[in-house]
Design a protein around this ligand. Structure first.
Ligand code: 13P
Length: 257
């Protein structure tokens, strides 16, 4: 049985000192919850030190980067390459988060190039997709999501199944201004995404982990986690303190799929 995935994106939060304290606390906590596979996605500047701390404890906590350039090196001021992240020993590359799409004009095509580069370098791309409020209002959420997903996975072969994860994060549900999605809506969309993946890859598409994110909190986490097509939760604010994250682990209990 595959473990339920549970992770947090720190976004542009926490100093290195805060990040190290958080990581130390979380490493201790997760030992009590072997039913989950955990990951954290800190800012780039923290990755080396946190990786050292994880390695020193032989922690199963997985480490991710919030973005990556698709080229190995070059004239791309301010960017970080796959080789640099491989040197650190990062496991996961988060790609296409709605904040990257919204504030840094990241396109579906760029997400695809980065996803292929991440796979080539042995990382697990965590590809984020999500519709805007206006898409939902116009009734075109599924069309938008299918487009994002299909473009992101162009030329990603079936052999890569199991090596990439998809996070569905409705833009209208993310962050302080977000509204939590109804669980029934999340299941409808995850079921749809599952079918898109099966259309694309055949039956093996069913094995692609589908995470949900956007205003996940202690009150709604279990409702989302028990949905048939939700394989993990990707959490922001509600997991930024180790004790609050642990409260969610307790609320989730045992998730059997
Ligand atoms: P919030 O849980 O703070 O809404 O953020 C979710 C998110 O963006 C995870 O990537």
């Amino acid at each position: 049985m595959k473990k339920f995935l549970l992770g947090t994106n720190w976004k542009m939060n926490k100093t290195l000192a805060e990040g190290l304290a958080y990581s130390a606390a979380l490493m201790t906590i997760i030992g009590k919850y072997p039913q989950f596979e955990f990951f954290i996605i800190p800012p780039y500047t923290h990755l080396w030190k946190i990786k050292e701390a994880l390695a020193a404890q032989k922690s199963p906590l997985k480490l991710g980067a919030q973005n990556m350039h698709e080229q190995d090196s070059g004239q791309f001021t301010g960017e970080i390459s796959p080789l640099m992240l491989a040197e650190i020993g990062v496991d996961i590359i988060e790609l296409g988060h709605s904040e990257r799409r919204q504030y840094f004009n990241e396109s579906d095509e760029a997400v695809n190039r980065k996803a292929r580069a991440a796979l080539k370098h042995g990382f697990t791309p965590l590809i984020c997709i999500g519709e805007q409020q206006a898409d939902k209002d116009y009734g075109v959420s599924k069309e938008m999501l299918a487009k994002q997903l299909k473009i992101a996975l162009t030329d990603v072969p079936a052999a890569a199944i199991g090596q990439f994860w998809i996070a569905y994060e409705p833009v209208w549900a993310i962050g302080v201004a977000g509204t939590p999605a109804a669980a029934a809506y999340v299941e409808e969309i995850h079921d749809f995404l599952r079918r898109v993946l099966i259309d694309r890859y055949g039956p093996s598409g069913a094995a692609v982990p589908l995470l949900f994110g956007g205003s996940v909190n202690i009150d709604n986490a279990r409702d989302y986690a028990r949905l048939a097509n939700v394989d993990g939760l990707f959490i922001g604010r509600s997991a930024w303190e180790p004790e609050l994250f642990e409260a969610i682990m307790v609320a989730l209990g045992t998730i059997t799929k």
